[in-house]
Design a protein around this ligand. Structure first.
Ligand code: HEC
Ligand code: HEC
Length: 206
């Protein structure tokens, strides 16, 4: 290897090293502090919000929560005036701590609203639709909606109303924080009736 190449390799190595420098272990106890002071009114003490517009955070993948909070703070790809106000005073450390706290709480089971749409929701969730090139939701979010830590969020038991709003926001492009437009490209092909059926089915998953 010539000297220039060696330097280049070294530069690459150190920049990767810096990017991956561990920022210290998150502290769920400190996170609970933030949660009970600031978040409790809307998301519930343990993250099991009782209000259908406010998402449940209990048992959610920690990395996903932290990413959403960073996205709200940047006020760019995922905008919400309420959450923007909530995250603005939080440090990166607060964000990691509060995410770790909610991730360790137990998610309470949700309920499906309508028996009529359950079958349609289940079919689409589990199998997708090959003819329309719609992948199965289960392929990424898991057969029971439990999510895949660090990659795909938990959806099981989430409020149907909240799910519906998010799927429509992906569809319109108003929410654009999904890497590689994974959710936008899927939601773009869903009808209102399908979004409703899926949201209802997912709300009842446990
Ligand atoms: C006044 C009510 C309110 C308060 C207080 C509040 N939130 Fe929220 N939160 C919301 C609403 C409403 C949404 C959904 C916004 C949207 O549509 O993107 C939300 C969304 C979220 C999401 C995204 C969840 C997901 O599944 O993508 C996270 C994470 C979150 N809040 C964390 C927090 C934390 C942490 C705090 C405290 C520091 C907090 N929230 C305080 C109302 C609130
Ligand atoms: C290729 C993988 C993939 C597939 C298939 C997929 N999703 Fe997602 N989904 C994601 C990713 C990644 C995110 C998180 C994006 C982000 O970082 O905000 C997400 C986020 C979501 C959210 C937002 C969760 C929240 O708490 O706000 C909902 C709802 C959702 N997906 C529903 C579905 C449904 C319904 C289907 C099937 C029609 C589906 N997804 C198929 C990857 C996928």
């Amino acid at each position: 290897m010539n000297r220039a190449l060696a330097l280049l390799a070294l530069a690459g190595f150190t920049s990767v090293g810096l990017a991956q420098q561990p920022a210290g272990k998150p502290d769920p106890a400190k996170g609970q502090d933030v949660a009970s002071k600031t978040c409790v009114a809307c998301h519930g003490q343990d993250g099991n919000s009782q209000v259908p517009e406010n998402p449940k955070l209990a048992g959610q993948v920690a990395e996903y929560l932290a990413k959403q909070l960073a996205n709200y703070k940047a006020n760019d790809e995922r905008k919400n005036p309420v959450m923007f106000g909530m995250v603005t005073p939080l440090s990166d450390e607060d964000i990691r701590n509060v995410s770790a706290y909610y991730a360790t709480q137990k998610s309470m089971q949700g309920v499906a609203r309508s028996r009529d749409t359950l079958a349609a929701g289940r079919t689409l969730y589990r199998g997708g639709n090959v003819a329309r090139a719609l992948p199965a939701c289960a392929g990424c979010h898991g057969a029971t909606g439990e999510g895949v830590p660090s990659q795909f969020p938990r959806v099981a038991g989430q409020h149907a109303q909240y799910l519906e709003v998010q799927l429509k926001a992906f569809r319109s492009g108003e929410r654009a924080n999904d890497g590689a437009a994974m959710m936008r490209s899927i939601a773009a092909r869903l009808t209102d009736a399908e979004i409703r059926a899926l949201s209802d089915y997912i709300a009842g998953l446990r």
